[in-house]
Design a protein around this ligand. Structure first.
Ligand code: HSE
Length: 302
């Protein structure tokens, strides 16, 4: 009758895989509770850690919960509390963490009626309500854990990709606002065949590297020649951070989702700590507040 869960923050795109790849973090995310109530319907009784609407019709978690109860009517209601463990608008899938968490939590109270794929579909409704587009990269990573590939949107098909054990994520979240909507408006409408070939070859290389623990192949493939060049001007000091991170040993660096967070992948704790310190030093004198993250990859999902 009561459930408490942790729903992870996620890095979408992972450089070359725009709207198709995501990964889940172990140490950053939302904590949510779900309680069965006598009064029917969905109520968001408490939100801490961020200023978000508690009306379930417009809250990412509420939208998802309502859709699930409509599909699977029951004679009880559900109260939800949300503690946001990180800032919305960071590019770390904040709305996705709440949406995916709601899908998972409500499903438990409904006796596990829906599959992970169906939960992803419900969670996408929360993304649509908050960002305007029903993107699956963040929510699938939160639900399945590890790396996920959205292999197809219609019909929805999600592939869970294995995670090499030594992979770490170091990220910096500069406190500037980048709205997903704005960040999608700067994208090119068309790409050349030459660029498309480079990009899909890198996606293949990255996936292959993850399956075979080939860190060099992961490093070589972790580039984005289509989306990153169009967006990076929205993120202060992006090039400098990326350059310094790679110099300090990161396998690669890129924009987390639609930004402004910059993520890096690193092999092993020592390198990750070095990259962490290097990025921190790079940003120290920039007059912009920022948060740093060092995390393992969450392989289990919610
Ligand atoms: N793939 C999305 C984007 C991230 O880059 O706009 C938000 O889900």
């Amino acid at each position: 009758n009561y459930l408490k869960i942790f729903s992870p923050a996620t890095v979408a795109n992972v450089s070359c895989g725009f709207d198709a790849l995501g990964l889940a973090l172990e140490t950053v995310g939302d904590t949510m509770t779900f309680t069965k109530t006598i009064t029917k319907g969905v109520k968001i009784t408490k939100i801490t850690g961020a200023d978000l609407p508690s009306d379930p019709q417009i809250n990412a978690a509420g939208v998802v919960a309502l859709a699930m109860l409509e599909k699977h009517p029951v004679d009880f209601g559900i109260d939800i509390t949300i503690h946001k463990g990180y800032t919305p608008g960071s590019g770390l899938g904040s709305s996705a963490a709440s949406a995916a968490g709601a899908a998972f939590g409500v499903n438990q109270l409904l006796g596990n009626s829906f599959s992970p794929l169906e939960l992803t579909q419900f969670a996408m409704l929360g993304e649509e309500a908050t960002c305007g587009t029903p993107i699956a990269d963040n929510v699938s990573a939160a639900i399945y854990g590890g790396f996920t590939l959205v292999r197809s949107y219609k019909p929805l098909s999600i592939v869970k990709i294995p995670v090499p054990a030594d992979l770490r994520v170091v990220a910096i979240h500069p406190q500037v606002e980048v709205k997903t909507k704005d960040s999608r408006e700067v994208l090119p409408k068309e790409v050349s065949l030459k660029d498309a070939v480079t990009q899909w070859a890198n996606v293949g290389g990255l996936i292959s590297g993850l399956y075979t623990n080939d860190y060099q192949l992961i490093a070589d493939s972790l580039t984005d020649i289509i989306v990153e060049p169009a967006r990076k001007h929205l993120i202060p000091h992006f090039d400098e951070v990326k350059q310094q991170a790679i110099k300090a040993g990161a396998l690669g660096a890129g924009i987390s989702g639609s930004g402004p967070t910059i993520f890096t992948l690193c092999k092993g704790d020592a390198t990750a700590e070095n990259v962490y310190k290097t990025i921190q030093n790079t940003y120290q004198d920039k007059q912009i507040d920022f948060n740093m993250i060092l995390s393992k990859i969450n392989t289990e999902g919610i």
